[in-house]
Design a protein around this ligand. Structure first.
Ligand SMILES: Cc1ncc(COP(=O)(O)O)c(C=O)c1O
Length: 405
């Protein structure tokens, strides 16, 4: 029987044609296609400005740097996430303060956030985990509450202008998710998507920063500042430097190299055209089918991906098995692979990783994250996954789980 992969990208003729057209156009780095993709993401996310970058990690770091996060600052992150969320905080010399997630939808626990806030807290980086939006109403009410605002101690002009803790969402999983009937990216101050190869919408590597700051900020001005930071602090990007009398530029700060090249934006332009109508629709069908097929098993704890408030982008289908040990879960996964189905695990909580363990973070402080990690199996979901393949995945999982229970 043919193996079922976990999440291969859909690289069809339309993408190949657009990439080849870019290669033949004479312009392969940041240029018209990247700018066109930014406009498409703006429409999809319904935010004032979007800046494409070379990764979600780069985008998150850029926003930490823009905010002026530095040594002595604290940034609250969930313990149940990919390392990028916390690493960007470490890059700035600040302290990631980890909190646990909720066991129903794996998003950051707002009560835990409340308890973790100190006068040193400058930002919160929640994660729309698996595509499910954070509890934004509760989180934003918290950071905007008088009590929390009164203890906020800004250290930079931008922090003074915001006058409260910033909410910068790691939305690596959640492009297209919605919150209260609107794109989820309209909630946080800034939302950063990932276009990495396994994500719902890919450019092979890439990301996009969605600016949604309060009205006291000028989105166009911030866009220009951030754009400069993506190319070494140069006063002009490559496209603006092209042509007669345009070659001269200045460097105004020690910026980064975080820009997205057009050859990758070309993939994104095709992906985004079919994203809402086709990609999300297909992913929802797969999620619904998994739920329908697995719901008859008592041992299956199924993920929540649609509620009255939130609709997921259907990125990760996180199946938990009730009452199993880590060893049993690992054995089940091996048996599933032996039967030709690729699955995955999201996530090993950050305190389980050597880096964070050595810094003193302890998994026992994040019981939901640890319990989820020990019992979770992430199922294959991708554009071309057929109904028969979903049925086969479920058949293999049932056999493997019941073998060990
Ligand atoms: C939750 C989360 N945050 C951040 C990232 C980083 O994204 P990128 O690879 O685009 O930097 C990932 C990628 O897997 C992720 O899953």
């Amino acid at each position: 029987m043919k193996k079922i992969p976990f999440s291969p990208p859909k690289m069809d003729k339309a993408i190949v044609d657009e990439v080849v057209a870019t290669l033949n156009s004479g312009w392969i780095t940041t240029g018209p296609r990247t700018k066109a993709l930014e406009k498409e993401v703006e429409k999809l996310a319904q935010v004032p400005r979007v800046l494409c970058v070379n990764s979600c990690t780069g985008g998150l770091e850029l926003m930490m740097r823009w905010l002026g996060i530095q040594a002595g600052d604290e940034v609250i992150v969930p313990a149940f996430t990919y390392c990028a969320t916390a690493n960007v905080v470490l890059h700035c010399g600040a302290t990631p303060v980890m909190v646990d997630v909720k066991s129903d939808d794996f998003t950051i626990d707002i009560e835990a956030v409340k308890n973790a806030i100190t006068p040193k807290t400058k930002a919160i980086v929640p994660v729309d985990l698996g595509g499910m939006p954070v509890d934004y109403s509760q989180l934003l009410s918290l950071v905007k509450s008088d009590k929390i605002k009164n203890q906020f101690q800004p250290r930079t002009d931008i922090q003074k202008q915001l006058n409260r803790i910033a909410v910068i969402t790691d939305a690596a999983h959640s492009i297209g998710a919605s919150y209260l009937g609107q794109p989820a990216a309209k909630q946080a101050d800034v939302t950063v998507f990932s276009f990495h190869a396994v994500k719902n919408l890919t450019t092979a590597e890439g990301g996009a920063i969605c600016l949604n700051l309060p009205d006291t900020f000028d989105a166009d001005e911030i866009y220009t500042k951030l754009n400069t930071k993506t190319v070494h602090g140069q006063s002009k990007d490559a496209l603006a430097k092209f042509g007669k009398n345009s070659w001269e530029y200045d460097v105004v700060e020690a910026g980064y190299k975080f820009n997205m090249p057009d050859v990758l934006a070309a993939i994104g332009l095709v992906e985004i055209k079919r994203y809402q109508e086709e990609t999300l629709t297909k992913r929802k069908v797969i999620f619904d089918l998994y739920t329908q097929l697995l719901s008859k098993y008592d041992w299956a704890e199924l993920p929540i991906y649609e509620t009255e408030e939130k609709v997921s982008s259907y990125h990760l289908y996180l199946l938990r098995i009730k009452n199993i040990s880590l060893e049993q879960r690992n054995a089940i996964i091996n048996r599933i692979f032996d039967a030709g189905v690729s699955v995955n695990v999201h996530y090993k909580p950050l305190p389980e990783l050597t880096l964070y363990k050595s810094m003193g973070y302890k998994s026992e402080n994040y019981p939901v994250s640890l319990d989820t990690f020990q019992r979770v199996i992430t199922l294959p979901v991708f554009y071309d996954l057929e109904k028969e393949q979903v049925e086969r995945v479920v058949e293999v999982i049932v056999e493997a789980v019941e073998h060990y229970l």
